[in-house]
Ligand binder design. Structure first.
Ligand code: FE2
Length: 261
């Protein structure tokens, strides 16, 4: 089985770039499942019903989120009904939506769990304890378990990767929008990468126009950020190749492509 995880899709340039590469990579890697982080997909922050529909239509099967999940208020109208859209599992009890989703593919059950980091991030419940609780519930039901750990600090992401080594198929970081070149398979078989990177404008600062960000650093004054509409874009993600007999990840392939329109 081949599973692609796509990094944070940033605004319209990100959606257009994802729509361009998904069919190409689907064919190239014979993909069975596509997971993408969509928390920046609508105007750079949050997700709307229309954008969700667009992401599902382009072939994404499961959409994860993170700290910006609630930024477009209309999400409260559909997050409880939409199974393929998940939010971090370590939000407090009774938060709308679900923290994980299980889908059957090729007679296997694949679970995708979304977690949020706590280092340099808004306060949430402990992601380590939250994932432990979920694993107790689902580990005997699922052959493949994938984690999107939406977090800022590489230390926290690496710690979760090692903590879960041998317990899940993959721990992939999202949120920083910068792809890390540390993809590997840990000794007990868990695939790991600190950050998948972003799908969005290339000549930007993490997807937004450069000048307001530079001004913010120069002056410290509040500034409004807009998704850069540069048509030179970047596509970042990974492909996990999973052995059909052992259900273990045999390879983690890092993907980074540039599109110049
Ligand atoms: Fe984020």
């Amino acid at each position: 089985m081949n599973i692609m995880m796509i990094g944070d899709i940033c605004g319209r340039p990100g959606r257009n770039t994802a729509a361009h590469y998904i069919p190409i990579l689907k064919q190239e890697y014979n993909l069975d499942l596509i997971i993408a982080n969509g928390e920046n997909s609508a105007g750079g922050v949050g997700i709307t019903g229309k954008v969700l529909e667009e992401l599902l239509t382009m072939g994404i099967d499961i959409i994860t989120t993170g700290n910006h999940v609630w930024d477009k208020k209309e999400i409260f109208n559909f997050i409880d009904e939409e199974n393929s859209l998940i939010r971090p599992a370590n939000y407090p009890l009774d938060t709308p939506g679900k923290g994980y989703y299980i889908r059957s593919i090729k007679n296997r059950k694949v679970a995708v769990i979304n977690l949020l980091g706590r280092v340099f991030m808004p306060p949430v419940d402990c992601p380590f304890r939250a994932v432990n609780q979920i694993l107790t519930e689902i580990k005997d039901l699922c052959e493949i378990i994938i984690i999107d750990f939406h977090a800022e600090a590489t230390s926290e992401k690496a710690a979760l990767g090692w903590y879960l080594d041998g317990k899940v198929s993959c721990v992939a970081g999202t949120h920083t929008h910068i792809q890390t070149a540390d993809e590997r398979i840990l000794p007990q078989g868990t695939a790991y990468i600190s950050d998948l990177g972003m799908v969005g404008p290339y000549n930007s600062i993490l997807g937004v126009d450069r000048e307001p960000v530079i001004q913010k650093f120069l002056t410290g004054l509040p500034t409004k950020f807009n998704v850069s509409m540069d048509d030179h874009t970047l596509f970042c993600g990974i492909v996990l190749q999973i052995d059909d007999h052992s259900n273990k990840v045999s390879q983690i392939i890092r993907i980074q492509r540039q599109l110049k329109n």
